[in-house]
Design a protein around this ligand. Structure first.
Ligand SMILES: Cc1ncc(COP(=O)(O)O)c(C=O)c1O
Length: 457
């Protein structure tokens, strides 16, 4: 018999209580936090959808693997286990552990980038962009036009615009040291990239002799989307699809806090011997010896086991389905979201929901703050605050104003998700009462993490 209900493919062995607060308490906590949900104490949040990064639940097998950690400074057994698993998955020659994804980005870009160069990507994630711009280089987003329209339906909205990439490489190719593709495309809504599109990028990279790097944080979720959406891929195991995608690239940056199913960690991997040697030299300066890269031996064990679990089909089926479940509930209630639902998150279209709040008054902040005050749910603005500040200090509207509700892996149950849907629908119902914000103080780089806001009258 085939039952329709897709259940969580695990049972729960250990639980953590959540704290219930009153609305007045949440109002006070948010005011004290400068109206920036990043500055809240996590304890004061009921359901935390700020990020899916490092917030997942590890399996019993991962906790068990922790005890196998070899904490030797050099040549630890745990490193070799980690290296075997990453190499089996990616096929890359050099595997360089780092404490998280942005460390891999910083080491790669500081090693290979020069001022005035251009790095194309479908959409750069904020830390990727920042690590490129800090080298006085340009981070260029070349996602397909559908990827910029929240309501547009396309099975692979994360795809790279191959014509735009070809134009860039033809006109300014001498300034492009490498091409990147982010799978899935977080800043564009957690949208997947097709194998066919990566093959197209590879062909252009071959023609213009450029290396191709994946930002592989959510490679397994991307592989599952390929399996269920790309013609001719349905019979394949997600791992085989992921292996083929890595095989099209020359290297990757990876945050193991996502599809590594670990709470910390990442890696940089590549085939080029010269780049790898230079990257390892910088790694030693800032992260640690090349066989631990800022991680404990037990972290390497947890990641190795996590990378094996994340490509299991029952896990990926539940993962992608549970995100879509939230999206479908919101759509049925008329809440505008990026369509179709992404892999790790639902993105509320705050600009569409709050047309009376102009982008420079931050509709994403207005919506995220209301969700916290009304329901204790924490999401995050992905919009003008995150992307609107230009390198010259001026401010322009971001391409979209979204609130991302990221689903931690294996943490919340279906009733938690039902509560979130009810909360979002209730806040959408009071949309006319929501007001914009202004920034009171903010740093020049990655301002969304620490900025202080003030509600407009
Ligand atoms: C697509 C993408 N790239 C890079 C990163 C950076 O990884 P980390 O947070 O581990 O530094 C993230 C984190 O959210 C991401 O989503």
């Amino acid at each position: 018999m085939n039952f329709r209900t897709i259940i969580e493919p695990f049972r729960i062995k250990s639980v953590e209580a959540v704290k219930f607060t009153r609305r007045e308490e949440r109002e006070a906590r948010l005011r004290e936090a400068g109206y920036n949900v990043f500055r809240l104490h996590a304890e004061d949040v009921l359901i935390d959808l700020l990020t899916d990064s490092g917030t997942g639940a590890m399996s019993a097998a991962q906790w068990g693997a922790l005890m196998q950690g070899d904490e030797s400074y050099a040549g630890s057994r745990s490193f070799y286990r980690f290296q075997d698993v990453v190499r089996d998955l990616t096929g890359f020659r050099h595997i360089i552990p780092t404490h998280q994804g942005r460390a891999a980005e910083r080491i790669l870009f500081h090693t290979i980038l020069h001022a005035g160069q251009v790095v194309p990507n479908n959409n750069h994630f904020d830390t990727t962009r920042a690590n490129i711009e800090v080298e006085d280089a340009e981070a260029l987003d070349l996602v397909i036009p559908e990827g910029r329209v929240p309501s547009a339906i396309h099975p692979f909205k994360g795809n790279v615009d191959l014509e735009a990439l070809e134009r860039l490489l033809a006109e300014r190719g001498d300034r492009v040291p490498l091409v990147m593709v982010t799978v899935t495309n977080n800043s564009g809504g957690g949208q997947p990239v097709s194998l066919e599109n990566v093959r197209g990028v590879r062909a252009l990279c071959d023609r213009f002799r450029k290396p191709l790097f994946l930002d592989a944080c959510r490679f397994a979720e991307n592989a599952y989307f390929v399996k269920v959406r790309e013609p001719g891929q349905g019979h394949r195991a997600p791992k085989a699809i992921a292996q083929e995608m890595f095989g099209l690239a020359d290297g990757c940056t990876m945050s193991a806090k996502k599809d590594g199913l670990a709470n910390i960690g990442g890696f940089l991997a590549m085939n080029d011997d010269t780049w790898a040697e230079a990257c390892r030299n910088l790694l030693i300066l800032t992260e640690g010896f090349p066989t631990y890269g800022g991680l404990a031996g037990y972290d390497l064990e947890a990641i190795a086991r996590g990378l094996e679990e994340v490509v299991e089909e029952p896990y990926l089926r539940y993962r992608i389905r549970s995100t879509a479940y939230l999206g479908e509930k919101l759509l049925a209630a008329g809440v505008p979201i990026i369509q179709p639902p992404g892999g790790h998150a639902i993105y509320l279209d705050a600009r569409a929901l709050l047309p009376h709040v102009p982008p420079l008054q931050y509709p994403g902040i207005a919506l995220a703050n209301a969700l916290y005050v009304e329901a204790g749910v924490r999401g995050v603005e992905i919009g003008t605050v995150m992307f609107g500040l230009q390198p010259d200090g001026t401010e322009v509207p971001g391409a979209m104003d979204l609130v991302r509700l990221a689903i931690p892996r294996r943490v919340y149950t279906q009733s938690h998700v039902d509560y979130v849907a009810e909360a979002v629908i209730a806040v959408a119902g009071m949309r006319e009462q929501l007001r914009g914000y202004r920034i009171v103080q903010a740093p020049r780089v990655l301002r969304h993490f620490t900025a202080h806001f003030e509600p407009l009258p």
